[in-house]
Each structure stands twice: as structure tokens, then as C-alpha cells.
Design a protein around this ligand. Structure first.
Ligand SMILES: Cc1ncc(COP(=O)(O)O)c(C=O)c1O
Length: 406
């Protein structure tokens, strides 16, 4: 347990709310995290004291916003071990993946080529590649999972051929929390001449990442899953790959020169940031990463792992409850479960009456949920501010509502 957990929890105003007359217990962190006061303050601070459109003005407010925006790019770069110009601000994981599929993918994936994803991918890292393959006459190969929900590594290796152009894999699954051996996945893909995109939406808040050490070609994540506001996300790409990629969207900021006859484009990262960026969101993302770094990602991970073990133990006392995946695999702080004869949606809705927020359904991972023959799962996921009391309230709520559902 983090020593100063009460101080940490107190920094999140929403956790003081009461829901249906009960203490609010937020266990839907894999969907989005709550925001500490300092992140909310940083948003307000931009609009109250530094607001001006970035990179455009000669005036003080614009310069101030630009300095803070670019400062934030530096904080993100430091957080993932990249150079600042390799950090592109997007709206989130989904936009980052669509950007790569529509630019790198459209240029490098052709008829007869293959793109590899896994069965555990979120729709965001599945549908863009599926659609790209359809448009280009390429084939989408889907790596199966082992019985415990881990990637079938041998099957993966056997799928790699000279036709493989892109491998797009989650660092950690959003349904089971299973952590994939991405370093090995990347190294094998490179031997086959393929580029690798790592969907780090579920890992960046829990696992220290160094993109140079991993040697991934692209890495993507969303700010809102790591205590930052919604609407801001990151695409990391290796400089030499980004330099050779065509633009994604056209407009202001991404150009160097516009003439009636033709347009030349700006350098990275600006070439991929058409229009006014969400600079307030980006600045707040920088503040969120400062918050995480001050506590320490390793300390946060230890705390979450302890809670996850505690929750797995407490949940296993409930008759008919089955944990989905991850029995023998490393996992983040995500637990999906089903209960015999109980619809996940009914359970989620009823425990909300006791103040407990969990996610229910297919979690935007229908290929995985279908393959398990399930309608969906209930998912509890933990963040830095969760406590054992939260888990007690979850288990108590489940035990209260089960007799109504059976
Ligand atoms: C593994 C994974 N990839 C992608 C996404 C999509 O993220 P966003 O909706 O922020 O773009 C999520 C969100 O749950 C996710 O868990």
C-alpha cells in the first residue's frame, strides 16, 4: 500500500462524491481515470493566465501558451524515452492508430501484404487495420491466444513472413490485463522486416516504458487513462519513419509554404498536427505525467499489483465467480470476471446502487469476447487512488445483489 494513500486520494475531488447515498468507489480506471486537482487547475490556469493560439502569435499570451505546450511535449518525451520531435499530439489512442494506418499503412501495405494483430486487441487497434487491408487487398492475420489469455507466441512467430508489413499489438490487454512480451514481439517482427505499433493505452499508466529500449516503431496512448483530460493523446514514431510519412490531415500549422499551385509541408511533429491543437489538454497531460513521476510509476505499480492480488483473492470467495484470463500471465491492475447465471450488465447496474462503478460488456474487444463464447464480462480496474476499502465495498455490493439476480 502506498504510505501516503490518503493524501493521494484527497487530491481527487470527485472521489469525495457520494453515489446513491454511498461512498463513491471508482473501479473503471481502464476506461478512464479520475483527475487530480493539480491537473484540473492546470487546465484552468491556461485559460485564465496563458491563453493564446500556439505557434501563431507575436504576443505574450501566445508565446506563453506555446512555451507551455512545447514544454509538455518535452515532458511526454522524457516519460517515454523519446526525442520531443518524435511526440505527436493527437486526440487519443484511436486517432494515433488511424493516423498510422492511413499514412504509413496506405503507403506501405499493398496487395498480397499482411498486417498482424492479436485476438485481444481493442477495436481501435483492430478495425483501422482491418479496413486498411480491405482497401489495399492485403490480409489481416490475427494471432490467437493461449488458454490463459496470453498471446500464442509460437503462433505469432509462425505468422511472420516477408509479406508482413505491420504488426500492431497491445502492450497490455484491456479485458484481461494480460501483459504481452512486446520486446520479443518487436524483435521478431524486425527480423521479418515489419514495422511494429504498440498500443500502450493500458500499459503507460502502469508500466515504465522506454521506446528506444523497446525499439518499437510507433507507440500510442491516451492522456485520459493516465489522469489527464479527455481529448489529448500521443503518437510516438521513430524520427526517420515520421520524416518519410505523408501528412494525415491538411490545414494550418502543418504547412511550410502554400501557393495556388502547390503546398510544401512542415517538419515533424507539426506536419501531423494540422489545425489548432488541444494545447490546454496537452499542458494538462504534462501536469498529469509530473503527478505520476513524483509518486513514481514503480511505486504506483506496486500499489496496484498489491490491490489486484487482494481483489483476486477476495473475489474468489464469491460462489460461481470466474476470473477471465491471466491465471499464469503477468497482468496489469485489470480483472474481468463473470458469475454463473448472472448477466454482467445486471450486476454492474445493481452494484452502482451501492456506489460502486465497474465496466460491463464487451469492452470494445468483440473478437476476444466472441471467442470466449461470452456475452461480456464485469471489469474492475484499479488506479493509484484505490484502496482495500474499495475492494471490500465491491465484494459487499456483489454479495448483496446476487440473491436478486439468481
Ligand atoms: C488497449 C486499448 N486501446 C485503445 C483504446 C482506445 O482509447 P481511446 O478511446 O482513448 O482512443 C483503449 C480504450 O479503452 C484501450 O484500452
Amino acid at each position: 500500500m502506498l504510505q501516503n494513500i490518503q493524501d493521494i486520494t484527497a487530491q481527487f475531488p470527485i472521489l469525495g462524491e457520494r453515489v446513491n447515498g454511498h461512498r463513491f468507489v471508482y473501479l473503471d480506471n481502464a476506461a478512464t481515470t479520475q483527475k487530480p486537482r493539480r491537473v484540473l487547475d492546470s487546465l484552468l490556469d491556461v485559460y485564465e493566465h496563458h491563453n493564446g493560439n500556439v505557434h501563431r502569435g507575436v504576443h505574450s499570451m501566445s508565446n506563453s501558451a506555446t512555451r507551455m505546450f512545447e514544454g509538455s511535449r518535452g515532458i511526454v518525451a522524457q516519460f517515454i524515452g523519446s526525442a520531443p520531435e518524435e511526440v505527436i499530439f493527437t486526440r487519443g489512442t484511436t486517432e494515433s492508430i488511424n493516423l498510422v494506418a492511413s499514412t504509413y499503412g496506405m503507403e506501405h501495405v499493398g496487395k498480397g501484404d499482411e498486417v498482424i494483430v492479436s485476438l485481444m486487441e481493442h477495436h481501435s487497434n483492430f478495425v483501422p487495420w482491418q479496413q486498411l487491408c480491405e482497401r489495399r487487398g492485403a490480409t489481416l492475420r490475427v494471432v490467437p491466444l493461449t488458454i490463459d489469455g496470453s498471446i500464442d507466441y509460437e503462433a505469432y512467430k509462425s505468422m511472420l513472413t516477408p509479406r508482413t508489413k505491420v504488426v500492431a499489438i497491445a502492450h497490455a490487454g484491456n479485458v484481461t490485463g494480460v501483459i504481452n512480451p512486446v520486446r520479443e514481439i518487436i524483435s521478431e517482427a524486425h527480423k521479418a522486416g515489419a514495422k511494429v505499433l504498440i498500443d500502450a493505452a493500458q500499459s503507460v499508466p502502469h508500466i515504465a516504458i522506454d521506446v528506444k529500449d523497446l525499439d518499437c516503431d510507433f507507440l500510442v496512448f491516451s492522456g485520459h487513462k493516465i489522469y489527464a483530460p479527455t481529448g489529448i493523446g500521443v503518437l510516438y514514431g521513430k524520427r526517420e519513419i515520421l520524416d518519410a510519412m505523408p501528412p494525415y490531415q491538411y490545414g494550418g500549422e502543418m504547412i511550410r509554404k502554400v501557393r495556388i499551385e502547390s503546398t510544401s509541408f512542415n517538419d515533424v511533429p507539426y506536419r501531423f498536427e494540422a489545425g489548432t491543437p488541444d494545447y490546454a489538454g496537452a499542458i494538462a497531460l504534462g501536469e498529469a505525467l509530473r503527478f505520476v513521476s513524483e509518486i513514481g510509476l514503480d511505486a504506483i505499480a506496486r500499489h496496484e499489483q498489491e490491490l489486484t492480488r487482494y481483489a483476486l483473492d477476495a473475489l474468489s470467495s464469491i460462489e460461481g465467480l470466474h476470473i477471465i484470463g491471466g491465471a499464469n500471465a503477468a497482468r496489469t491492475s485489470v480483472i474481468s470476471f463473470v458469475i454463473d447465471d448472472v448477466h454482467p450488465y445486471d450486476l454492474g447496474m445493481l452494484i452502482d446502487h451501492f456506489g460502486v462503478a465497474v465496466r460491463t460488456g464487451h469492452h470494445c474487444a468483440e473478437p476476444l469476447i466472441d471467442s470466449l463464447g461470452l456475452l461480456g464480462t464485469v471489469r474492475a480496474s484499479f488506479a493509484v487512488y484505490n484502496t482495500q476499502d474499495d475492494i471490500h465495498q465491491l465484494v459487499k455490493a456483489i454479495n448483496k445483489v446476487l440473491p436478486m439476480l439468481r
